[in-house]
Write a protein of this length. Structure first.
Length: 396
């Protein structure tokens, strides 16, 4: 192993992941509801402020980082060497990036008049192919699984050829932005690679996080509008800066769980407190230059979000592991174990609505009734995830 870690599942990490997914489903649904206060919405790009909604995606990136040491340690325990681990990281990142590209194009950019079939059916085909390629079906033989994968890959090729963009319908899918899954894929690739290359040394990971912030500052100094020849590179500033959240998630896992027999809990919480203060101080120092902005993925937003995530996880860890209050976390197990399934279910619902030309009653898009429906929808996703994952899981 790169560094000794506990062999059992960490309930507080599972709880944090499950809560993050459910809140993400809730706030995504809430975005379409009118009559809710501003603190329940994303702040404007130039507001120099953040709401609790602006911390949800950072929490997802953070928990991806927290999971990296455990996931790679499990693969190493099964016999994977350094090269095999890096190939796994590359394959997983590529899958997320490709899926993100398809999902972005399912939401916008298509020419409905030129599409050979409705975008709703196209989207449903995409999610079917996703389950064919990355699905694990009970005790299916590896050969059978490879056959389903081949069918899924062929399906994606067919969908890509059927896609129509532009006024004449001759354009293919475009890179509008990476999408949530694409951003996670890039952050995972950089963070997991840094973890492997640095052999789980916290100093290396903190240096990588600082380099991400420095890259953002460099891109900010050479904006794409003024330097169009470098726009492809400078446009990556926000993406790289967001990777600092994933790297700080890796660091937090090592602070709390590396070498479980050697460090007392008080010492671990002390290190976490130092990390929180450092994020807040550096974020405050950078704020006059870059402000707080989720839309721009500014360093201050990233560092403040990381501080919040570390504090939230420390509280969960104290409650669940140290105080022994773990029973309440079991209802989160389905989404904690299969977050990608839970994330995709709302998109499948939207695809069905588009394909069938169905709409929710307008009353569910306004005020308290709309907020209540968002809560109910999040619980529906929890139940649907539990039901679906009895038969199939996504291994990506």
């Amino acid at each position: 192993m790169i560094t000794p870690l506990p062999r059992q599942r960490i309930r507080s990490i599972d709880a944090f992941r499950g809560l993050t997914i459910l809140v993400m489903v809730f706030v995504n649904q809430l975005a379409g509801v009118s009559g809710v206060p501003q603190w329940a919405r994303h702040m404007k790009a130039d507001a120099d402020a953040m709401s609790f909604v602006d911390v949800v995606f950072p929490a997802f990136l953070f928990i991806v980082g927290m999971s990296i040491p455990f996931a790679l340690a499990q693969r190493q325990a099964r016999g994977d060497n350094g090269a095999a681990l890096q190939r796994h990281v590359l394959a997983r990142s590529l899958g997320l990036i490709v899926l993100g590209l398809f999902m972005v194009n399912a939401e916008d950019g298509f020419n409905p008049a030129q599409m050979p079939f409705d975008i709703g059916w196209w989207s449903l085909g995409l999610y079917l192919c996703t389950f064919l390629i990355w699905g694990v079906y009970g005790s299916a033989a590896p050969g059978g699984r490879n056959s389903w994968r081949a069918v899924g890959v062929l399906g994606l090729l067919v969908l890509s050829c059927a896609y129509r963009d532009g006024p004449d319908g001759k354009a293919w899918m475009t890179h509008q932005w990476w999408g949530i899954l694409g951003l996670i894929g890039w952050s995972y690739l950089i963070s997991a690679s840094a973890y492997l290359a640095g052999r789980a040394r916290i100093a290396v990971l903190l240096a990588a996080a600082a380099a991400c912030v420095a890259f953002y500052a460099l891109c900010h100094a050479f904006p794409a509008a003024a330097y169009p020849n470098w726009s492809d590179l400078t446009d990556c500033g926000g993406l790289v800066c967001e990777t600092s959240l994933t790297l700080l998630g890796v660091v937090t896992s090592l602070v709390f769980f590396a070498r479980p027999d050697e460090r007392a809990p008080v010492r671990r919480f002390g290190r976490a407190a130092v990390l929180i203060v450092a994020c807040l101080v550096v974020g405050a120092l950078l704020r006059p230059a870059y402000t707080i902005s989720k839309i721009y993925a500014s360093p201050t937003w990233c560092l403040y979000s990381a501080a919040i995530c570390i504090a939230l996880f420390a509280g969960l860890h104290a409650l669940v592991e140290l105080r022994g209050h773990a029973r309440w976390t079991r209802w989160l197990d389905p989404v904690a174990a299969q977050p990608l399934v839970a994330y995709l279910i709302p998109f499948v619902v939207v695809g069905l609505e588009d394909a069938l030309h169905a709409q929710l009653p307008d009353a569910l898009n306004h005020g308290p009734l709309g907020v209540g429906f968002c809560v109910a929808f999040a619980l529906f996703v929890l139940g649907a995830t539990a039901l679906v994952t009895k038969k199939v899981r996504l291994q990506l």
